[in-house]
Design a protein around this ligand. Structure first.
Ligand SMILES: NC(=O)c1ccc[n+]([C@@H]2O[C@H](COP(=O)([O-])OP(=O)(O)OC[C@H]3O[C@@H](n4cnc5c(N)ncnc54)[C@H](OP(=O)(O)O)[C@@H]3O)[C@@H](O)[C@H]2O)c1
Length: 271
């Protein structure tokens, strides 16, 4: 099943907030016909109202795909309206954090093809990374289709089992916030070294963005990139001696932080 089938049978987007809008913009840019898209959202944004898609109209008879992008806590309200499309040939793709596949099978019917996806916020600028996993009823073609659709907002990786979602959530799902905090704290520490807050923030932000782009575009392991810029007994080495300390440095701190995120993800999934 490819995008022409989506164009023919239709795509339904349930919930069009930040994540839904980012994906919709990518699909329309990629040439998906506006008339193939039906969006359901109680409070459509001005942007959405001007897209020329079908907004809060009747659903197509047998849409190729229903993409669920409502907040996990709104799922109880949103899913029952989709029940008629379950147990059939419509693929459901959910980007809701912490909502297990079983929750969708319970609400839509256990034969429903479902792909669970975990995107992250850089999706808003097409630089996201999304991990996906299908249930037993999602065909290989349907998982390929979900991948193609999610590529509209960045890279896509496939998981082998749903329990990997907790680790994914801890690394890439919640990760952007850790990086924002890194920028905040680097800037604050720069102020302590006599820089103005504005200058320190600009330096920290551009450094994280630039180093991230370097690491992302390089074939070298980040450990090697780090070694390449660390001269013995130099300034970088002095800072890394602190950051890489085995008792209170990054390794132990990030290990604790990611474990907390993954534990919380497991708790949420268990209701
Ligand atoms: N933002 C991210 O980077 C990110 C990352 C990973 C996963 N996700 C997941 O993506 C999902 C959406 O997140 P978001 O940040 O895009 O949230 P959001 O901006 O709040 O978008 C949710 C949208 O769904 C609408 N909605 C609520 N109830 C509905 C219903 N019954 N039927 C149809 N639409 C309904 C909301 O309308 P109202 O405003 O009127 O409530 C809102 O426009 C969440 O499940 C989240 O876990 C988001």
């Amino acid at each position: 099943m490819q995008m022409d089938e989506v164009a023919r049978r239709g795509l339904v987007l349930l919930g069009c907030g930040k994540m839904g809008s980012a994906m919709l913009a990518g699909w329309l840019d990629g040439g998906l016909p506006k008339t193939s898209v039906t969006v359901l959202d109680p409070k459509p944004s001005d942007w959405l109202q001007n897209q020329g898609i079908r907004l809060n109209e009747d659903l197509p008879e047998d849409p190729a795909i229903v993409l669920v992008a409502v907040k996990p806590q709104m799922m109880g309200d949103a899913l029952p309206s989709m029940q008629a499309k379950g147990n059939g040939t419509t693929l459901f793709v959910s980007v809701a954090a912490g909502t297990p596949i079983s929750r969708f099978e319970d609400a839509l019917g256990e034969k429903t093809p479902i792909v669970r996806a975990m995107p992250n916020t850089p999706s808003a600028i097409g630089r996201g990374i999304t991990a996906i996993i299908g249930n037993a009823h999602a065909t290989a073609e349907q998982v390929d289709l979900a991948e193609e659709l999610l590529k509209a907002v960045g890279q896509v990786v496939r998981l082998e089992s749903e329990d990997q979602m907790d680790g994914v959530t801890a690394v890439s799902g919640s990760g952007p916030a850790y990086v924002f905090h890194l920028i905040e704290t680097m800037a604050k520490a720069g102020e302590e070294q006599g820089l103005s807050s504005e200058l320190a923030l600009r330096l920290a932000s551009a450094t994280v963005a630039g180093a991230g782009a370097l690491a992302d575009g390089s074939n070298e392991h980040p450990g090697k990139l780090r070694e390449n810029v660390t001269s013995p007994n130099g300034t970088t080495q002095a800072a890394l001696d602190v950051l890489m300390n085995e008792t209170d440095g990054f390794p132990v701190l990030l290990s604790r932080a990611l474990k907390a995120a993954a534990d919380r993800s497991r708790e949420l999934a268990n209701g």
